[in-house]
Design a protein around this ligand. Structure first.
Ligand code: ATP
Ligand code: MG
Length: 279
């Protein structure tokens, strides 16, 4: 479980609090999406869970972040990385090896995965990501999307209990983005991996994650099950978060008193709702 309580943070070279009194609990096996406009504090919040804030990025830190019962303030980054894997927003800062296979191997060896398990971990992960053909390629020669898949693969191969991803599909086309989300859902359902993902693609997020958190200007505006958060689409649009059209349609129909029941998340649900209204 991840517990964030009354968390306030200011970077040491910053002039304002970039996280303001945030409280949030993510259960074991949770699958949380974090959304919010640029500069809202999403990356900073994610980095308080892996301990990078305040151990690497220092500053004024108030409140508590506890991961599996351990206060991240009190334990070092190496200990944290045993249970928390992070796919960073800046992939180039994450990749350290020249060849794809070595990038996966590096993490597995450092995490003490038994040698007899390493080969199957590498092959399974590459298969799962659909990049087996890239195994012996030089990473410098890969496209942005391919690199992104390698970065994700190298973290997933370690099967962390908690997986953090910061805009992992930014370089990916719609088909690959959907594949990544489907894979994350499998990891969440099959292994009970706790997943926290910052993502701009709200339509995809709302289809796959269980809960959504909305951050604006360092504050937690909403947090809860996807449908209940998206009922606030008007407020979300105001802070610059574009909601799926079916969501805004449902909300405006509800305001006009012509829809009821659960909010629609996709075109099929919207179609059913419109048919019901027309009856
Ligand atoms: N290392 C740093 N030192 C000082 N200020 C920082 C640092 N990193 C981020 N900030 C500031 O903290 C605030 C939150 O930044 P953060 O990167 O967490 O936002 P974000 O929501 O992830 O934005 P984006 O969507 O653009 O990735 C911003 O005002 C940013 O300028
Ligand atoms: Mg960010």
């Amino acid at each position: 479980m991840i517990v964030i309580k009354d968390l306030t943070f200011k970077y040491e070279n910053g002039d304002k609090n970039v996280l303001k009194n945030i409280s949030l609990t993510i259960p074991i096996g949770g699958f949380l999406g974090i959304i919010g406009p640029s500069g809202a504090g999403k990356t900073t919040l994610l980095n308080t869970i892996n301990g990078i804030v305040p151990h690497h990025y220092k500053g004024d830190y108030y409140g508590l972040v506890s991961v599996e019962g351990k206060d991240t303030f009190g334990i070092g980054l190496t200990d944290m990385s045993l249970s928390v894997g992070t796919v960073f927003q800046d992939i180039d800062s994450q990749i350290i090896n020249a060849v794809v296979e070595d990038e996966l191997l590096y993490g597995l060896e450092n995490f003490g995965v038994p040698p007899e398990e390493i080969e199957s971990r590498i092959q399974d992960t590459l298969d799962e990501m659909g990049i087996s053909d890239l195994r012996y390629r030089n990473i410098n020669t890969l496209s942005g999307g391919q690199k992104q898949k390698v970065a994700i693969a190298s973290i997933i191969a370690m099967r962390p209990k908690i997986l953090l991803l910061d805009e992992p599909t930014g370089e990916l086309d719609p088909v690959s983005s959907r594949q990544i989300f489907a894979m994350l859902q499998r990891l969440n359902e099959q292994y009970g991996m706790t997943i926290v993902i910052v993502e701009q693609k709200i339509m995809l997020l709302s289809e796959f994650v269980k809960d959504l958190a909305v951050i604006n200007n360092g504050q937690l505006l909403f947090c809860g099950p996807v449908r209940s958060v998206l009922e606030h689409s008007e407020e979300l649009e105001k802070i610059g978060v574009n909601c799926p059209r079916v969501v805004t349609l449902w909300n405006s129909m509800k305001s006009a008193g012509i829809s009821s029941g659960e909010i629609c998340l996709n075109v099929d649900e919207a179609e059913q709702m419109v048919r019901k209204v027309l009856k």
